[in-house]
Design a protein around this ligand. Structure first.
Ligand code: MN
Length: 756
C-alpha cells in the first residue's frame, strides 16, 4: 500500500435539460407520433377490442407519468412508448406485451396500483406488470440484493418469459439513451448490462439485441477502443463491399440457376465482437480476418429446409474450399436457445477466409427474434421445446432453499448461460450440459445419489477420473461405490448449479455430524463456568473466535482447531454480553478512509462529493489490471483495506461494478512526478544490427526512462523484445510507445501488464 495524492473529482454536473427544448405543442405531437407508430407495428396482430385496450394503456400511462421527465428532459411517457415499440418491432411480441410495456413503470413510479391494472386489464397483464415491477430496481442496490433480484428475474421468467423479454426491451432503450446519464451511472448500468442482460439476451436467442447491448456497453466502458474500431470499420467499408460483391457473384449465379428464392448479403460483425477477437488473439484491427460474414437466407418450405441448406452449402464449397474444422451443423442439433443454421468458413478470393451462414427465413426469424418467434412456429408441432427444458432446470435450482444468492448468480452464469454440449447415456439418451462439464456433473445430472457415490466414469468405453471434462458426442457411463462421499474439492470439479448445490448440501450434512461433537464439548465447558448454553452466547462466541456461524465454531472445536482455554479470559457475565453482531463483514472505520467511507454509507453513490484534491487517501493498485496514472480508473472500497484502484477496462471491472456498485468510487489521477510505475512493453521488429541499441538509447538516453528488465529473443529475421520500464503516467507511456513505433525496423509495440 502506498501513500499518494489521488484526486477525487467532484461529480460532473450534468445540466438538467440538455439539447432538449420543445414547446408543449411540439411535445404532444411527438408523443402522438410515437403512439401511432406503435399502433402501425401492432396492426397485423390486432383483434377486435385490442386497439381500445392499447389506447387505454397508453392514456393511463401518459396521465400517470404526466409530470415526470427523463434525465434528457423528454416527457417520461416517451420511454414506455419506446419500450413498447421495441417489444413489437424488434422482439416480435404481441398486443398484451405492448400493453405491459406501456405500463411497466407505472406501479413502481406513479400512483397507479396493481389493483387498478387488474381492474382495467385483467389478471394476465397484471401478473406481467407485477413481475416487471419486482425486478425494476436492480440498479443501485448492494451485491446480494442484486443477486436476489436476478433470482427474481429468473423466477418470473419461468413463470412467464414475456417478463424477461419486456425487461430486455426496457434495458435496451435505457442503453440507447444512456448519454444523458452521469459517467458513474453509465459505467454501472453498462457493466450490469454486459454481466447480466447481454448473456440473458443471448440465451433467449435475441442475437440482434444482445449485439446492440454489448456494443452500447462498450461505447461507455471502452470509449476509445469503441471509437477507433467504429472509425476503421467506416474507413474500410467501401473496400469490404467490393470484396463481398466479388465473393457473392458466382454463388448468386448458381442459386439463380437452381431456382432458389433467396437473399444473400455480407453482414459486418459487431464492434464488440471484433474487439473481443482483437483482445483474445492480441492482434490489430487489420489482422482480424472475419470482419464480416456472408449470409444466405432461403425461402424454403419446412419439409425442404434441411435439404436446401445443404444444397447451398455444396454450391458454395464447389466454388470455394472450406475449412473442414469450421463446419457447424446447427440444423441437426439446434442450440438450446433455438438457433438453427449451417455455418462454414471457406477460402474466398485473394486467399481470405470468409464465414458463410446458411439458414431459412424461419430460422432467421428465430435468430433475430428468439423466443417470441420460437413460440410462433412451435404452435402445432409436437416438438418438446428446449426452452421448457431450460426453464425446468432453472426451476430446480431456484427451488433449492437457502442457496446463497451471490453464489447463485455465479453458478447461474456458468451453468445456464454457457453454451452446451450434448452427451449420451449408455442407452443412447441425450443429456445437455454446459461446456466444461465433468463426468461428475454428468453423474449429478442423472441423480444426486449417483453423483454422491461417483468414483469414476467410462467415457467412450475408456476409464476416466471424475474430474474428466466431457465433450459433445461422448458416451458416458458412471461408476459408483457405496463407500464414496463428496468432499470439499469436488466443488472445483463441477460447473453445473445442480451438482454444486448437491455437493454443498452433502458437505453441510457431513459437517453438521462432526459439529455435534463440538457442540457437546462447548456445552459442558460453558455449564462448568456457570454460563448458559444458548443461541445468544453461541453467537457471541462465534464472533469472538471469528467464525462465520456457531456451526463453524462447533465444527472447529470438534476437529480441535479451536482451543477452549481462551474461554476463561472471556468474561461471560450476562450484562456484558452484547446482542449478536451481524455476520456480514462490517467495513472498518479508519480516519484516513473517511472519503471512501462516505460513499458506502450513502445510498446513492453518485451524490457524494469528495473533498478537495488535497485529500489523502490510502489506496492500492489492483493486481489484476495494474493501472498507472492516466489510465481510466475507478476506486473500489475493499473491506478493511481502503481503496483498490482498477482500470475501467479491467477484466474484473464489470463484475465489481455490477455486483457491488455501491462500493465503486469515482477516482481520477492527479499529476504526479515523484512516483513511477512498472509497466511492460512488447516490441516486435526486424532483427537488425543496432536496433537494440536504438531502443535502449531512446528509452533511457533520450527519454530518461528507467529500464527495469529487458529480454530479447531473435529468430527468422525478427526479434521479440520484452522490456519493463518505470513510467510516471499514461502520457509518458504513450509518448514512449509513439516514439518507439517510429524507430526504423520496428513492427509493433504493445503495452502489457507486468507480473509484480
Ligand atoms: Mn423502464
Amino acid at each position: 500500500m502506498r501513500k499518494f495524492t489521488l484526486q477525487l473529482t467532484t461529480m460532473d454536473t450534468v445540466s438538467a435539460l440538455p439539447r432538449y427544448n420543445l414547446n408543449e405543442e411540439q411535445e404532444k405531437k411527438l408523443i402522438l407520433r410515437e403512439y401511432r407508430a406503435l399502433l402501425r407495428g401492432l396492426k397485423p396482430k390486432l383483434k377486435p377490442g385490442d386497439k381500445e385496450l392499447v389506447r387505454m394503456a397508453f392514456e393511463m400511462s401518459a396521465e400517470a407519468h404526466k409530470t415526470m421527465r427523463r434525465k434528457s428532459g423528454e416527457p417520461y411517457i416517451l420511454h414506455p412508448l419506446a419500450v413498447s415499440r421495441i417489444c413489437v418491432e424488434e422482439v416480435g411480441l404481441g398486443v398484451r406485451s405492448s400493453i405491459c410495456a406501456l405500463l411497466h413503470d407505472t406501479v413502481e413510479d406513479t400512483d397507479i396500483t396493481l389493483e387498478d391494472i387488474e381492474r382495467e386489464f385483467g389478471n394476465e397483464i397484471t401478473r406481467i406488470v407485477d413481475g416487471l415491477t419486482k425486478i425494476s430496481n436492480v440498479i443501485d442496490v448492494n451485491g446480494s440484493q442484486q443477486a436476489e433480484n436476478f433470482k427474481k428475474i429468473l423466477l418470473t421468467l419461468t413463470d412467464d418469459p414475456r417478463v424477461i423479454l419486456i425487461k430486455l426491451a426496457d434495458r435496451l432503450h435505457n442503453m440507447r439513451t444512456l448519454d444523458s446519464m452521469k459517467r458513474e451511472k453509465q459505467l454501472k448500468i453498462s457493466s450490469e448490462t454486459v454481466y447480466v442482460y447481454g448473456p440473458l439476451a443471448h440465451r433467449m436467442g435475441l442475437y440482434n439485441i444482445k449485439t446492440e447491448l454489448e456494443d452500447l456497453a462498450m461505447k461507455y466502458m471502452e470509449p476509445d477502443a469503441y471509437k477507433e474500431i467504429a472509425r476503421k470499420l467506416a474507413e474500410t467499408k467501401r473496400e469490404r463491399t467490393r470484396y463481398i460483391n466479388e465473393f457473392i457473384k458466382p454463388i448468386k449465379e448458381k442459386l439463380d440457376k437452381g431456382q432458389f428464392e433467396f437473399e444473400i448479403y455480407g453482414r459486418p460483425k459487431s464492434i464488440h465482437s471484433i474487439w473481443n477477437k482483437m483482445k483474445k488473439k492480441s492482434v490489430a484491427f487489420e489482422e482480424v480476418y472475419d470482419l464480416f460474414a456472408i449470409r444466405v437466407i432461403l425461402n424454403s418450405p419446412t419439409e425442404r429446409e434441411k435439404e436446401d441448406c445443404w444444397k447451398v452449402y455444396s454450391f458454395i464449397t464447389d466454388e470455394y474450399t472450406p475449412a473442414p474444422e469450421r463446419l457447424r451443423d446447427w440444423l441437426s442439433n439446434p442450440k438450446s436457445n433455438g438457433y438453427e443454421a449451417l455455418h462454414t468458413t471457406v477460402m474466398g478470393p485473394q486467399g481470405k477466409w470468409v464465414e458463410v451462414q446458411i439458414r431459412t427465413k424461419r430460422m432467421n426469424e428465430i435468430a433475430e427474434k428468439g423466443l417470441a418467434a420460437h413460440w410462433k412456429y412451435k404452435e402445432g408441432t409436437s416438438d418438446e421445446s428446449r426452452f421448457d427444458k431450460w426453464f425446468q432446470q432453472i426451476r430446480e435450482v431456484l427451488n433449492t432453499p437457502d442457496s446463497d444468492s451471490i453464489d447463485f448468480l455465479q453458478d447461474f452464469k456458468t451453468s445456464f448461460l454457457a453454451e452446451e454440449i450434448y452427451v449420451y447415456t449408455p442407452k443412447g439418451d441425450v443429456k445437455m450440459l454446459p461446456v466444461g462439464s465433468s463426468a461428475l456433473d454428468f453423474a449429478f445430472s442423472i441423480h444426486s445419489m449417483v453423483g454422491s457415490q461417483c468414483i469414476g466414469a467410462k467415457v467412450n468405453h475408456k476409464l476416466v477420473p471424475i474430474s474428466h471434462k466431457l465433450r459433445s458426442g461422448d458416451q458416458v457411463e458412471i461408476i459408483t461405490s457405496s463407500k464414496q462421499k463428496p468432499s470439499e474439492d469436488w466443488l472445483n470439479l463441477v460447473v453445473t448449479a445442480k451438482a454444486k448445490t448437491k455437493i454443498k448440501d452433502a458437505l453441510k450434512e457431513e459437517k453438521r455430524k462432526v459439529a455435534d461433537e463440538g457442540k457437546y464439548i462447548l456445552q459442558r465447558k460453558l455449564e462448568g463456568m456457570g454460563a448458559a448454553f444458548n443461541q445468544h452466547n453461541a453467537d457471541i462466541l462465534a464472533v469472538f473466535y471469528k467464525m462465520a456461524s456457531p456451526l463453524d465454531l462447533y465444527y472447529q472445536i470438534s476437529i480441535k482447531n479451536i482451543d477452549l482455554k481462551e474461554l476463561k479470559e472471556f468474561h461471560l457475565s450476562g450484562d456484558k454480553l452484547e446482542p449478536p453482531k451481524p455476520i456480514r463483514p462490517v467495513i472498518e472505520h479508519k480516519p484516513h478512509e473517511s472519503a471512501a467511507q462516505t460513499a458506502i454509507n450513502k445510498k446513492d453513490a453518485e451524490l457524494i462529493i469528495f473533498g478537495e484534491s488535497s485529500d489523502r487517501i490510502v489506496y492500492n493498485l489492483a493486481n489484476c489490471c495494474k493501472p498507472i496514472p492516466g489510465d481510466d480508473v475507478f476506486g473500489f472500497v475493499t473491506t478493511g483495506k481502503g481503496l483498490t484502484i482498477h482500470r475501467t477496462n479491467c477484466p474484473n471491472a464489470a463484475k465489481l461494478m455490477s455486483q457491488y456498485g455501491h462500493r465503486v468510487v469515482k477516482t481520477k489521477w492527479a499529476k504526479n512526478k515523484e512516483i513511477s510505475f512498472l509497466t511492460g512493453l512488447k516490441i516486435v521488429g526486424l532483427d537488425d544490427v543496432g536496433v537494440i541499441h536504438k531502443i535502449t538509447n531512446l528509452i533511457s538516453g533520450e527519454m530518461r526512462i528507467n529500464i527495469n528488465a529487458m529480454t530479447i529473443e531473435a529468430g527468422e529475421g525478427l526479434f521479440h523484445g520484452n522490456i519493463r520500464v518505470y513510467v510516471h503516467d499514461k502520457e509518458e507511456l504513450e509518448k514512449l510507445l509513439d516514439r518507439l513505433k517510429k524507430l526504423p525496423g520496428i513492427e509493433t509495440v504493445d503495452r502489457y501488464d507486468t507480473e509484480a
